[in-house]
Design a protein around this ligand. Structure first.
Ligand code: BG6
Length: 462
């Protein structure tokens, strides 16, 4: 047993252990982490209402570890120190049992729907929380700005802010973290990331995936809450923030929070700043998708959007007036996942240079992980005719997957990759304004066939 990490977490408790998130993302993330860090010693408790025994749970854990080829002493230690507790997460008594079963400092991971998480947090108030306990919460963090503020109050009356992990797995993606290196470890781009040089920034995460049996969650969230309120606003904060003093938790989180404070609907007009649509029946590759409204578990009357686009601005000296278009949707024809920074056109082209001169674009791929700079050069053939050239770098995959990075921070009690309470409220504040405009009916819910690139009139700007 390695006792050198006594300040770290001793037991990871997963509340919502029988859910999809646990088997599909959390446990594989843990498996990768334990393989990379053979010295780590972690006990694991799975807790949920479903009746399971320790052996059945161990099989689930083993299958998830096997899915990422997890091996080594840390993996075997966890396998030998894992158990399942039948737990109603909203019952103070059950949570008391969970806390009593944990060895060392516990981390409680709420892999639960927001309503159940809120009840569990309330129930925890009836207990003495062990010193150092970490509470990790999945998105959505609350359901609006007021709800996030309330949840923040309840959490920080249980444990200090640094021990509340508001998880956003995008912050564990290696290309997202790469924004820091690209911006702050090169003199080339940073001076140009400024309103004088940038015409627009797009942060796009278009998926070909449809609902994937997640109607119960997704139909209440929609694309805006599922992707933009959390992930894409975090990416925007990394693109717009000023250089932090360090990339340690306090500085990095303060810089991101400050950046989010400046974000508002473009030109201060929440109705004009957002568009929404949902898919109708269509085909993606070989797959035929029914219309969203007819998917199992969907209530069409909710008017949930499966594609959302917002145009925001960072009201700062550096960025004022530059549109930031954030967009994400399901069941689209092309998986476009990138940050595209389009620079301004040249002020004057010397006569004699012929050809189209589209603006220079820097694309940071968010999967596959790559970076491309699109330039106009005197290309092959006639040297006086301009051609488009692309400088591309492909990045290897990160040492850990995004959930592995998230868990790494959690188990080390390093909140660098988690969202500060104030930032979560700010993100909701931005989105709530646009959603309020949607509720007045001023912004129609448009349609697009599954497998297309969105509603016809949203001509792609990529
Ligand atoms: C999740 C959303 O947070 O992120 C999903 O709930 C989405 O709807 C997913 O598909 C996208 O992230 P990744 O890393 O799985 O591509």
């Amino acid at each position: 047993m390695d006792n050198t990490r006594t300040e770290n977490i001793g037991t990871l408790v997963v509340l919502g252990a029988t859910g999809d998130l646990t088997s599909r993302l959390l446990l594989p993330g843990l498996g990768r982490l334990l393989t990379e860090q053979p010295e780590r010693r972690i006990s694991l408790i799975g807790a949920d209402v479903a009746p399971r025994d320790g052996r059945q749970w161990a099989e689930v854990v083993r299958a998830a570890f096997d899915s990422v080829d997890a091996t080594g002493p840390a993996v075997e230690h966890t396998m030998a120190h894992t158990d399942y507790l039948v737990t109603d997460a909203s019952s103070a008594e059950d949570l008391g049992q969970v806390l009593a079963s944990a060895t060392g400092i516990p981390a409680l991971y709420f892999a639960l729907p927001p309503g159940v998480t809120a009840r569990a947090v309330r129930a925890l108030h009836q207990h003495e929380i062990p010193e150092g306990t970490v509470l990790a919460l999945e998105k959505p963090f609350g359901l609006d700005q007021a709800g996030a503020a309330e949840l923040n109050r309840e959490l920080t009356s249980l444990v200090p802010e640094d021990q509340v992990f508001r998880v956003d797995h995008f912050l564990g993606k290696s290309t997202v973290l790469n924004i820091l290196g690209l911006r702050f470890a090169n003199h080339l781009f940073e001076p140009l990331l400024h309103r004088d040089h940038v015409a627009k920034v797009e942060i796009v995460y278009d998926e070909i995936l449809g609902l994937e049996d997640r109607a119960g969650y997704y139909d209440r969230a929609g694309a805006m809450v599922d992707m933009i309120q959390s992930h894409l606003l975090q990416v925007m904060a990394l693109v717009t923030m000023d250089a932090p003093l360090s990339v340690h938790a306090a500085d990095l989180r303060a810089a991101k929070t400050e950046a989010l404070r400046a974000v508002r609907p473009f030109a201060g007009d929440p109705a004009a700043a957002g568009r929404r649509a949902r898919y109708t029946a269509g085909t993606i590759g070989e797959r035929r998708l029914p219309s969203y409204a007819e998917e199992e578990g969907v209530d069409p009357a909710r008017g949930t959007e499966t594609l959302a686009e917002v145009t925001l601005e960072s009201a700062t000296w550096r960025w004022a007036g530059v549109p930031f278009v954030l967009r994400s949707g399901k069941a689209l024809g092309t998986a476009r996942r990138e940050i595209a920074i389009t620079f301004r056109g040249v002020p004057h082209l010397p006569s004699g240079l012929d050809g189209a001169i589209p603006p220079t674009v820097l694309r940071i791929g968010l999967g596959p992980d790559a970076m491309t700079l699109e330039l106009n050069v005197n290309g092959p053939g006639d040297p006086f005719v301009l051609d488009r050239s692309r400088l591309t770098a492909e990045f290897g995959t990160g040492r850990l997957n995004p959930y592995g990075e998230v868990l790494n921070g959690l188990l080390d009690r390093d909140p660098s990759l988690s969202i500060r309470g104030e930032a979560a409220e700010q993100a909701w504040g931005i989105i709530d304004q646009i959603r309020a405009a949607w509720q007045t009916g001023r912004v129609p819910l448009e349609e697009y066939p599954a497998g297309s690139d969105g509603p016809g009139r949203w001509a792609s700007t990529g």
